[in-house]
Design a protein around this ligand. Structure first.
Ligand code: SF4
Ligand code: SF4
Length: 308
């Protein structure tokens, strides 16, 4: 069996900030919770959540023959940028290179290194791209707990972290450490959420969540909703900004995540770009996911409201 500490060392050398391993097995404890969440329609219009539930719960079906799930964290707590702080605001994770691309590259590199060290193995890399319960895997790998804001919280890194997995067909010694839930009696995130979207500890009703409304929702924004966005035009970090674990989290060097243009641009100047220029400047960032029209409309509605 491969030693978990050796795997962690490879991950840290590649640039990940934390790594842990769990056995690839069906997530029986998540089945009822997930179906309750769906039954309440908390996934709103994200119909893809209803599909492939069995694959979502069972990595051995997603990757036949798999034996281990390696969870990897990449912190994006690299310091604030104007677009994160000044209205119209952009969520921190979005003001950098598209994490799907960056992390996928790092995950493939990790798989290559594992092969070089331990011989041939089959594996697949996942970053928010397939039905994988990434937070639960990270918890099982000892990398943190699910906070009341529903984010994975790592004791040293906080919650400004991206999660990726490598599901492989070799046995790696699972992490023997499990983090306990350290939210305690705190409820700052639930109290601070403007739309009261955190309906129970760890449960978010997407319909009321600014992040869903500004990124995932297909329906256009209407004027009456603008105040409820609290100045956010892409995503929302409020429930993370108030979390005490983030105020003491390690700040990491994000040189490989940076895109210079975010240093000088404001939300307003972003909205003044033409469609082609937006695609050129921000096509490789998460902003492309919501698309030019959606961001532009949010900012224009905010501006026109301010002028009234
Ligand atoms: S992201 Fe914003 S709107 Fe969504 S749950 Fe957190 S604080 Fe509430
Ligand atoms: S703000 Fe408090 S309750 Fe919410 S996730 Fe952080 S520690 Fe937990």
């Amino acid at each position: 069996m491969i030693n978990v500490d050796d795997v962690k060392r490879i991950a840290l050398d590649i640039g990940f900030h934390a790594c842990g391993v769990s056995r690839a097995e069906r997530l029986d404890n998540q089945e009822a919770l997930f179906s309750q969440w769906l039954n309440h329609q908390y996934h709103a219009t994200m119909g893809y959540m209803e599909r492939n539930i069995d694959l979502r719960l069972d990595p051995t079906k997603l990757v036949p023959g798999s034996k281990s799930v390696i969870s990897l964290l990449l912190s994006y707590n690299t310091g604030d940028l104007p677009v994160n702080l000044n209205v119209p605001r952009i969520a921190r994770y979005a003001s950098r290179v598209d994490y799907h691309t960056l992390m996928k590259k790092m995950l493939w590199e990790m798989l290559e290194q594992l092969r070089r060290n331990y011989g041939n193995m089959n594996g697949r890399a996942f970053v928010d791209s397939a039905p994988v319960m990434e937070r639960e895997w990270a918890v099982r790998a000892g990398l943190g707990w699910i906070g009341k804001n529903s984010n994975l919280i790592n004791r040293g890194l906080g919650s400004y972290v991206l999660i990726g997995e490598l599901i492989v067909d070799v046995e790696i010694e699972p992490s023997n450490y499990q983090e306990r839930n350290r939210c305690g009696s705190c409820s700052r995130c639930m109290d601070a959420c403007p739309g009261k979207a955190i309906v129970a500890p760890g449960v978010v009703d997407a319909q009321k969540c600014i992040s869903y409304i500004t990124i995932e929702r297909k329906e256009s924004l209407c004027e009456s909703e603008i105040d409820s966005l609290n100045g956010w035009c892409f995503g929302c970090d409020i429930c993370q900004e108030v979390c005490p674990w983030n105020s003491k989290a390690e700040v990491v060097d994000g040189a490989n995540q940076e895109i210079d243009i975010f240093r000088d641009i404001s939300g307003i100047s972003l909205a003044n770009l033409g469609k082609d220029e937006f695609a050129f400047q921000f096509g490789s960032t998460p902003l492309a996911r919501a698309g030019y029209e959606k961001i532009k409309r949010a900012i224009e509605l905010m501006e026109s409201k301010n002028k009234k």
